[in-house]
Ligand binder design. Sequence first.
Ligand code: AVJ
Ligand code: FE
Length: 445
Amino acid sequence: MTSTDLHDPGREAVRARVAAALTRSRARSTALTDAVDDDDLVRQHSKLMSPLVWDLAHIGNQEELWLVRDVGGREPVREDIDNLYDAFQHSRASRPGLPLLSPAEARGYVRQVREKVFDVLDRSPLEGRRLLQDGFAFGMIVQHEQQHAETMLATHQLRLGAPVLHAPEPPRAVVPLPEREVLVPGGEFTMGTSTDPWALDNERPAVGVHVDAFFIDTVPVSNGEYLAFLDAGGYDDERWWSAAGWAHRQKAGLVAPRFWERAEDGWYRTRFGVREPVPVDEPVVHVCFHEAQAYAAWAGKRLPTEPEWEKAARFDPATGRSRRFPWGDEEPTAEHANLGQRHLRPAPVGAYAAGASPLGVRQLMGDVWEWCDSDFHPYPGFAAFPYREYSEVFFGGDYKMLRGGSFGTDADAVRGTFRNWDHPIRRQIFSGFRLARDAAPHEVR
Ligand code: AVJ
Ligand code: FE
């Protein structure tokens, strides 16, 4: 290979894209960790979360493992800390007790790793191994950092004390609001992808999946609608809950979404340290899968399955093709979706008309993750890549799927095919849902 090959225009474009994405993801991790003092960085704000300083050094360690050592073939920077920052070695609850790098050391470590990574990027042929193709390894590490930025944002939401994060308000709803639900035609569509360069292993390969005709709501369920479920006694009525859901509701004493609190003049919620009346037109967030399912049963509908959600988000009836995003194949902009922590709350239901799918379904990307009634299974033809611990070890019945990303998710870390998962009882994540229902034979055109 000659140096001309190393710097051909296609590869230079990948390099530029990688460099920009690396810089953007680091700006986000830095903002989230610089927002609080050292004491706050090392403290455990919830047993569900790591100390923020663990996330920071873990981001650096994954980057070192994959980009410095594997892709770059360089000497380790800090081999001695690999075990400390291996998520499978230590539970989140136990991490504050570990001899972690101090905030200053963690900041120095991630900076040192990043300098080497820019050098590796400059010299990498970006081909020859699948890991290098289209800058995949770099894209994977960018997505990893952005995933942890969302996790760190969830830690901020659990943190007590005065607000330290600030952002402008999201856009308003676009009127007229679409009709409540739309029919998604039955038939096969392409789920997953074999071509999206930075798609992770569990999104692959593209598969033809048959979906019966069904109706899906054009917007997520709002706080106002969810309040009606509370007022109707939904949390105290076993009829609406699955057996596992009811058992959890009883054991955990659930009475409302997480971060809600009843006052004399109505319900309040606390959002990144700001206490405010629950905004009725905003998508409900911080509900677990069981709450979403109970609401759906009470409303006489159900949650979409994962194939249904993806068909609603990607299928273009005019061409029969699946798009990368609801609006097309172009990368998200501020007009399409509430992503990237640009706003620190979901936009009202009915916002982002420009981000609607061909069938008119809004807010599929961004705002709130949407619970789907599916377990985490591989697609036929799945192969773990590049490591089993990203997806494969989580396959089975322990997790429910979440789709579309939230206001806390970066555009580089989500797409129409992207699959997220969590335990059905989790609600510290930015999780909401939308409703679906079967189409009766007379409703199918
Ligand atoms: C894909 C969001 C479920 O945060 O647990 C981060 C992503 N994997 N580090 C998680 C992940 C390794 C993962 N989720
Ligand atoms: Fe991680």
